[in-house]
Design a protein around this ligand. Structure first.
Ligand code: 3H9
Length: 694
């Protein structure tokens, strides 16, 4: 349901948009606005118009769901032009988040006021787009080229105070009285006889010679592989070089080019996938969340400290528990260090840090955590140790407390069985560094209660993370898929592709880091220990051969300055090591693997198709209910390029049939130990199916 209403108050008219949940500018809102403006036009008593929204926010932009359909009239730019051409002043009154087309609409108004807590921004770049309703032309006119580019290229909204100082807003208003404040602002304008200010008529301040080239260079690394940032820059360049009307035609062409691109489709896919994860199929309608006020973290190592810090930043009371006094001291210091780092970055002030540290308690005694609502175990990745911790928690914790394990691979049901309350046990798989990484795998055990799952999902939001519910199996979704991806990266070494080539090709393809650099970062010993503990390893002497050898040599990666690569002291830059290359060649000879020139295409297909194959198995086994969940895991936790939408969307985009056929070829070439094709993939591949349709 969406509506645009007009109300008359004395000499003013108030246009109200109500289109839940976020007042997106759908076709019905756009046409409602045009009708409203026409109705007001014939009322000669109206001297000013206030445009405001009902609900939690001002317009959050164009309706993204319409982008897959044929554009419907009126176009947002036409609506904005109608507003700007109005003979009486129009004042946008914003609250919540005025984003994308929402801010463009406001910039078409003659004045802008906003509540103190409002945010405004042009985040189109995050959807692979550029502002397409004249935003690339109006924002530079309002706040200058550099500031406008910074906002559009980062896509990050700015708060109301910053927006006022930049010149986007004309006045801030108390949150409770936005409409009254906007009306008072309008009346003041009329009394003072302030002329209408049309942003299109402003001129853009010139920039220095070479400014745009330097800007391009500055953002090159961050925007690697993306199409829309360059379009934004070109469009902003035109705001200086072309008349407004010509520049907006070009902007519109750029917009439709970007909208059609596979990058934008992928980024829009991720946008909706990230919202869909919170809707878990099959949850009882009666289930409600449990109350969480106090969180205890067991284990004060790097992971435990990172989790504790996230919980403190989210406002929880936190107890950190460790058997070693020295471990607790280290944990406390690292939490303090994380706070200080955020203070230095301006993310929190001193008072916030001190208040946060006051909410932290440390202890060596399990009795101290008896009343906690949520307990997160983050001890060494070993089943016997974890079971012991859960037996102890079962003994001490109050009934109804949620007992979570941060295991990255182990069987949740086996851990839960160490307690008399398996329904309260859940996996919360944080990624390292826990206070930074957005992904949280929420592992549902066979007996995990629905209200525990709901609470975990709500918690992920409070921690500002994306919680994805996954089933219980070795490595869950992310690490299970990583296993196949890493295996291929390892095999490619023996077959003749040097580590820097494998990494370079995959990075160029879009991965945030190459797999060998990732394993060096995570610690080669970590994967080694996990493989040692597994009883179902394939009988293949080539399997993770090089990684295991390096680990046995004590070359664990960055932390020992040597792994697959060499690292200069204090540097994270991987340097190829000729000794490793000699070792790989020698090992290949010993194992009878013939080395050859390996093409870039083969590197990409072997690694990425291994991901898709494992993703298919995960779907077939019901470990993930939706392919979109897998995409969210990989784009948020493993550096898979968002602009490719995640492995399953990527398969849909290039054609599942093509992927299926290539995997069949790989199976015929390398055998079915790793490349056995699951029925689900075969069905999709032979019926022109898509993962999105499952
Ligand atoms: C644009 O404007 C292009 C123009 O330049 C040119 C046009 C010609 N459309 O995030 P939430 C849905 S591009 C449709 O959970 P929150 C969302 O899917 C756009 N639907 O809430 C979800 O649905 P469901 C530029 C949208 O409070 C529900 O609303 N704008 C849109 O955590 C709640 O969303 C943006 O990129 C939309 N534009 O966060 C802003 N936005 O309940 C995108 C949301 O069925 N939006 N939905 O799952 C956001 O960043 C956040 O939604 C917002 C609220 C911060 C607003």
């Amino acid at each position: 349901m969406s509506s645009v209403n007009v109300e008359y108050r004395n000499n003013l008219s108030i246009i109200t948009i109500e289109s839940p949940p976020v007042n997106a500018l759908s076709q019905s809102v756009r046409s409602g606005l045009v009708y409203a403006l026409e109705a007001i036009k014939i009322n000669n008593d109206v001297e000013a118009i206030v445009l405001i929204c009902i609900g939690r926010t001002f317009c959050a932009g164009a309706d993204i769901r319409e982008f897959n359909k044929t554009p419907l009239s009126p176009h947002l730019s036409e609506v904005i032009s109608c507003i700007e051409n109005s003979d009486v002043p129009v004042i946008a009154a914003m609250h919540g988040t005025a984003l994308g087309g929402g801010l463009e609409l406001a910039m078409g108004c003659h004045f802008r006021v906003a509540s103190l807590k409002a945010y405004v921004g042009l985040p189109e770049v995050t959807l692979g787009l550029l502002p397409g309703a004249m935003g690339t032309q109006r924002l530079p006119r309002l706040i200058g080229v550099k500031n406008a580019l910074d906002m559009m290229i980062s896509g990050k909204p700015v708060n109301a105070k910053t927006a006022l100082s930049l010149g986007i807003l004309d006045q801030l208003i108390d949150d409770e009285s936005l409409l009254d404040g906007a009306i008072a602002f309008a009346n003041k304008l009329l009394i003072e006889g302030k002329p209408i200010r049309r942003v299109r008529d402003l001129t853009v301040d010139p920039v220095s010679v070479g400014f745009f080239d330097n800007y391009r260079k500055k953002i090159a690394v961050k925007t690697r592989g993306l199409i829309s940032p360059e379009k934004i820059i070109c469009s902003v360049e035109s705001s200086i070089e072309m008349p407004f009307d010509e520049a907006v035609v070009q902007e519109r062409d750029f917009f439709s080019e970007c909208k059609k691109s596979s990058q934008s489709k992928a980024l829009r896919h991720v946008f909706f996938a990230e919202r869909a994860v919170a809707k878990i199929p099959g949850i009882s309608a009666e289930a409600s969340q449990r109350q969480i006020d106090e969180v205890s973290v067991i284990g004060a190592g790097t992971m435990g400290a990172g989790i504790a810090y996230s919980a403190l930043r989210a406002g929880f009371k936190v107890i950190l528990i460790d058997s070693e006094r020295s471990g607790l001291q280290r944990g406390k210091e690292s939490i303090k260090g994380l706070f200080e780092h955020d203070v230095a970055r301006g993310r929190i002030d001193d008072a916030g840090m001190n208040e946060g540290l006051e909410r932290l308690q440390t202890t060596q005694s399990f009795e101290a955590v008896a009343n906690s609502d949520l307990l997160i175990e983050a001890v060494f990745e070993n089943m016997a140790i974890k079971k012991e911790v859960f037996r102890t928690l079962d003994k001490f914790c109050r009934p109804g407390a949620i007992l979570a394990t941060n295991t990255s691979t182990l069987d949740i049901d086996e851990i839960a069985a160490a307690t008399d309350r398996p329904e309260d046990v859940i996996g919360l798989h944080f990624f390292s560094p826990a206070h930074i990484m957005r992904l949280l795998e929420i592992v549902r055990g066979a007996k995990t209660a629905d209200d525990v799952l709901l609470t975990a999902l709500a918690l992920s939001k409070q921690l500002q993370k994306i919680g994805v519910v996954v089933g219980n199996c070795f490595g869950f979704v992310g690490n299970r898929m990583l296993h196949g991806y890493g295996r291929e990266a390892q095999l490619l070494l023996l077959e003749g592709a040097p580590p820097e080539k494998v990494d370079g090709v995959l990075q160029e393809w879009g991965m945030a880091m190459g797999p060998h650099a990732v394993f060096d970062l995570a610690g080669l010993d970590v994967g080694y220990k996990i493989r040692q503990e597994r009883t179902d390893q394939p009988e293949d002497p080539l399997f993770y051969r090089i990684a295991d050898m390096l680990s046995e040599m004590g070359r664990f990666g960055q932390k020992t300055s040597k792994g697959m690569y060499l690292y200069d002291s204090g540097s994270r830059e991987p340097v190829p090591d000729p000794e490793v290359q000699v070792m790989i060649s020698r090992e290949a000879e010993l194992l009878g693997v013939e080395q050859r020139e390996i093409s870039e295409q083969e590197i990409i297909e072997r690694c990425i198709y291994a991901l898709i194959l494992e993703g298919s198995r995960i779907l077939e086994e019901g470990i993930s209910p939706r392919s979109t969940d897998i995409d969210v895991v990989w784009t948020n936790g493993y550096g898979f390029p968002r602009y490719r939408g995640g492995p399953m969307h990527y398969a849909d985009e290039i054609g599942v049939q093509r992927v299926y056929e290539a995997i069949c070829e790989l199976r015929d070439r390398f055998g079915s130990l790793y490349w056995e094709v699951p029925k689900l993939l075969e069905n999709l591949g032979t019926t022109d199916g898509k993962f999105a349709d499952l």
